[in-house]
Ligand binder design. Structure first.
Ligand code: COA
Length: 258
């Protein structure tokens, strides 16, 4: 494991922590690979009963590393499946309960991945956003299917077309978050829930998760594929390039020329 992804195992609870605060926990391909490895370990090790995904204090993640997007769209590093797709595979394959603890920014994939978690707890500091359109991109990882199912077409459109930030309370209303708590007690609550799950029958937990996810699993896989194809095409386009350059130069993108 690299230092930008920390893991910890105690009492049947496996914690994966994003730890790149100087880049607001932006997720690089290396970090995706480490998280994929962590999820596979958690799935295979019988002593692990539940997984927690968290960021650093006051910061979940600012999403995919935008510089990696630029590298990928320029064609470098395109041999074989990307580390992000291996991460998504491991995420979907995980049979054990996955709890997310969110504080601070949960942007882009930071919000998208919550749609695939089993339980999500957010501190009042949490800030969510799905800014793909603002980056010349589209929804990813099946969110074009999951979000309208959760929130209805109009609220999903609001979040995905406008790409504005939304609060933990809004995230709870939409169905992305189970409970909003004071940041000071968030991790205590998450550890309490994880410990409670870790004491339950692992066979019953895994069977229940499989049944809960089973009915929509095929549709979600198809949506992930469809989102991914459009996403990759847009990533290579001039409009996304404009957005990435704007981010690198700390200016607003200008789409008026397209
Ligand atoms: N990818 C790459 N680098 C990122 C990043 C990302 N997603 N998010 C933050 N960083 C980097 C910044 O470029 C900056 O690097 P620098 O110190 O070398 O200039 C550093 O992290 C600190 O970020 P900064 O923007 O200065 O912090 P802030 O507190 O002013 O703003 C955010 C924090 C998260 C609001 C802002 O960084 C942001 O909007 N990031 C992009 C989020 C995004 O669009 N993600 C979606 C990807 S699909």
């Amino acid at each position: 494991m690299d230092q930008e992804i920390l893991t910890q195992q105690a009492g049947g609870i496996f914690t994966i922590q994003m730890n790149r605060p100087e880049k607001k926990n932006a997720i690089s391909q290396k970090m995706y690979a480490s998280m994929a490895q962590g999820l596979r370990t958690a799935d295979q090790d019988d002593s692990i009963r539940v997984v927690i995904l968290r960021g650093t204090q006051n910061l979940f993640t600012s999403g995919n590393d935008i510089r990696d997007f630029q590298t990928r769209s320029s064609g470098t590093g395109r041999s074989g499946p990307s580390a992000s797709s291996l991460f998504f595979d491991a995420f979907l394959a995980l049979r054990k309960p996955l709890i997310a603890a969110v504080q601070g920014y949960a942007i882009g994939i930071g919000t998208t991945m919550l749609l695939h978690c089993d339980l999500v707890y957010a501190g009042r500091s949490a800030v969510f956003s799905l800014p793909f359109v603002n980056l010349g991109l589209c929804p990813e990882f099946g969110s074009s299917f999951i979000l309208p199912n959760l929130a209805g077409h109009h609220r999903a459109s609001e979040l995905l077309l406008l790409g504005e930030r939304f609060s933990p309370e809004q995230a709870r209303e939409v169905g992305i978050v189970n409970q909003v708590l004071d940041d000071a007690v968030l991790m205590d609550k998450v550890m309490e829930v994880a410990a409670s799950l870790a004491r339950k029958s692992p066979a019953a937990l895994m069977a229940t998760k499989k049944l809960l996810k089973g009915h929509s699993a095929q549709q979600i896989r198809e949506a992930i594929k469809a989102d991914g194809e459009v996403f990759v095409a847009l990533l290579a386009g001039a409009q996304a390039q404009e957005a990435f350059e704007a981010f690198a130069n700390k200016r607003a993108p200008d789409f008026s020329k397209f």
